[in-house]
Design a protein around this ligand. Structure first.
Ligand SMILES: CCCCC/C=C\C/C=C\C/C=C/C(=O)SCCNC(=O)CCNC(=O)[C@H](O)C(C)(C)COP(=O)(O)OP(=O)(O)OC[C@H]1O[C@@H](n2cnc3c(N)ncnc32)[C@H](O)[C@@H]1OP(=O)(O)O
Length: 303
């Protein structure tokens, strides 16, 4: 990911993303409904819909992994590939990330990827999660999260990796890192991202309590930058994007790198150890039992 200045952001350490996409439609380009010219063509994959607007240099990237946009291995991989595709296309300067699933931005880790799975699978899954975070956190593009639904845990990680967050004003759309309530622990790089966003004391409290903030509180604590009526999320995200794009790219990119590099480097230095910690932690019998119980509770809640 080379910048105009030659500075590189995240190393291209990615897994084998293409290998994961057997049977998906990534790379397909089709005209958007009612669309005509190049700027109206959309592309994407099964789980990530990209609506590029070449004229403005902004693409809207929609998560569509129903019912709740849980971060499956496939979704993580498709997100990385779509992001990379836009970053490599000089037409684009910004991405608005939003959800195509009603009422949910992203439900976080797909718990079925870590419940009852073998250590090798959990490791592969966690590496994909690390990779997406690194790519997003250090992206040279402006990323604006248009949060149009609930945004717990891993969903919040995705939002926190963006440069700016606009949340729809609906009390059901809570955002935060609720890991402790599931009996799991946010890894250090996620904790760092939280601290970088809302400060140490607020993070200490929110992480231990597993707080999920309703919109007004999320705004107050600094977890999101704007709270607006639901029908204004997209337009507000576009206005925010315009504000960020008014800054010359090279200056903004280098500043972003200066602010975020140390946090990302910390994970890069300990990536294997972090993966091992994750695997040995989630594969413990006690953790498997509590994750299983949580999933069961979610399934029963329905109906
Ligand atoms: C020291 C070592 C370090 C170790 C590190 C360890 C762990 C890593 C730590 C942190 C990283 C991040 C962790 C996570 O992200 S964990 C996931 C946390 N997510 C949640 O708690 C959200 C759970 N979901 C909900 O609250 C709700 O579903 C919702 C998002 C608010 C939406 O509500 P709604 O009413 O619209 O939907 P349903 O609840 O009816 O759900 C529909 C359907 O989806 C299934 N589902 C929901 N969430 C998940 C999920 N995260 N994974 C998998 N499946 C999920 C739910 O069971 C329903 O399924 P069904 O089969 O009944 O249709």
């Amino acid at each position: 990911m080379a910048l105009a200045s030659g500075v590189r952001f995240a190393p291209r350490a990615l897994l084998r993303p293409w290998a994961l996409l057997r049977g998906t439609t990534l790379g397909r380009t089709e005209p958007a409904a009612g669309g005509g010219g190049d700027g109206a063509r959309r592309f994407g994959s099964q789980r990530v819909l990209v609506e590029p607007d070449a004229a403005s240099g902004v693409a809207v990237m929609k998560l569509r992994n129903p019912p709740v946009n849980a971060l499956s291995l496939e979704l993580l991989t498709e997100l990385v590939i779509s992001l990379e595709k836009l970053e490599n296309d000089k037409t684009f300067r910004g991405i608005i990330l939003t959800s195509d699933c009603p009422r949910v931005f992203c439900a976080g880790l797909d718990l079925t990827e870590i419940c009852g799975r073998n250590p090798a699978h959990c490791a592969e899954y966690w590496k994909a999660m690390q990779e997406l975070w690194l790519r997003m956190y250090l992206s040279s593009l402006v990323l604006v999260a248009a949060i149009n639904g609930a945004c717990p845990a891993g969903g919040c990680i995705i939002a926190l990796s963006c440069d700016c967050r606009v949340l729809a004003d609906n009390p059901k759309y809570r955002i935060g890192l609720n890991e402790t309530l599931l009996g799991i622990i946010a890894p250090f790089w996620l904790k760092d991202t939280y601290v970088n966003t809302i400060g140490h004391r607020a993070s200490e409290q929110a992480l231990q309590l597993g707080s999920l903030f309703p919109p007004a509180e999320a705004l107050q604590v600094g977890l999101v930058d704007q709270v607006v009526p639901e029908d204004q999320v997209q337009s507000t995200a576009l206005s925010e994007m315009a504000r960020w794009l008014a800054v010359p790219d090279h200056a903004r990119q280098l500043t972003k790198n200066m602010m975020r590099k140390a946090t990302a480097d910390r994970l890069l230095r300990q990536r294997d150890a972090d993966t091992q910690n994750f695997v040995s932690f989630v594969c413990r019998d006690s953790i498997q039992k509590s994750l299983q119980a949580y999933l069961e509770k979610l399934r029963q809640r329905k109906g």
